[in-house]
Design a protein around this ligand. Structure first.
Ligand SMILES: [Fe+2]
Length: 243
């Protein structure tokens, strides 16, 4: 890299993000049956519309749940309000949002827990599970001929966590949806378009901003779908979280 262009993030001991090809996750999930993986992927078919969209749009569906660690075990928290400050999310922050919880079948299958642990061991920086929580968002964005889908309607932003894993779960009949990372000076740092299920990028949310370009239906079809799993890793104390 040209030293003239070296961003200040290079002062840190590691890159502020990590890309994972789908094969990495699929290998790690090999202990799970094909049926378990199929059911996990199909759980995105059962996401209620996000009722908190400011513009009343219905192209985003989602569920949310959180976990904490107890003696090394992942423990699901009871369903609760999800809050972002307006500073973190100027579009949808400032209120408690009660998203529909993860389903019992999703929690019991264990695939989600495997994914949480996979990334926990590979975060681009230090992580202490004894003082941290984990948030999980299942999100579907649908684009139609009449209305494009915005995976990040707030534009380039941060989530307010320490780390966020962005995992593609399905991409069908979609154009666009480029994942974009920027340094803290808002200079472009990395971009990729996730294409395969279980392909992922993990970011250090304190060191980068991120955004995702709009999605549109592919040529010749009326509707396209992009499913994502977002896993947030955050400190339990002084939390100021978003997604
Ligand atoms: Fe985000």
């Amino acid at each position: 890299m040209d030293p003239q262009q070296t961003p200040r993030i290079d002062n840190y001991p590691s890159a502020p993000y990590q890309y994972f090809p789908a094969t990495d996750l699929k290998q790690d999930l090999a202990a799970h049956s094909d049926e378990q993986l199929k059911l996990f992927l199909e759980s995105w078919e059962n996401l209620p519309v996000d009722a908190y969209m400011k513009d009343g749009a219905d192209y985003r569906r989602r569920r949310y749940g959180s976990f904490h660690f107890s003696d090394g075990e992942l423990v699901a928290d009871p369903p609760g309000a999800f809050h972002q400050t307006e500073q973190i999310n100027s579009l949808h922050g400032g209120i408690d949002r009660h998203f529909p919880p993860l389903t019992e079948s999703t929690l019991e299958a264990g695939v989600l827990q495997s994914l949480i642990r996979f990334f926990m061991k590979r975060l681009p920086g230090e992580f202490d599970p004894t003082t941290s929580g984990v948030g999980v968002h299942q999100i579907r964005i649908t684009a139609t001929r009449d209305a494009k889908g915005l995976p990040a309607p707030e534009g380039v932003h941060e989530d307010g966590h320490h780390y966020v894993a962005q995992v593609l779960m399905r991409r069908t009949d979609v154009d666009g949806g480029e994942s974009q990372l920027f340094d803290r000076d808002h200079q472009p740092l990395y971009r990729t378009t996730l294409l395969d299920e279980f392909e992922a990028v993990v970011i250090d949310d304190r060191r980068v901003f991120h955004g995702v370009s709009a999605i549109r239906p592919a040529a010749g079809v009326r509707q396209g779908v992009r499913d994502m799993l977002l896993i947030d890793y955050f400190p339990l104390q002084g939390r100021d979280a978003g997604a």
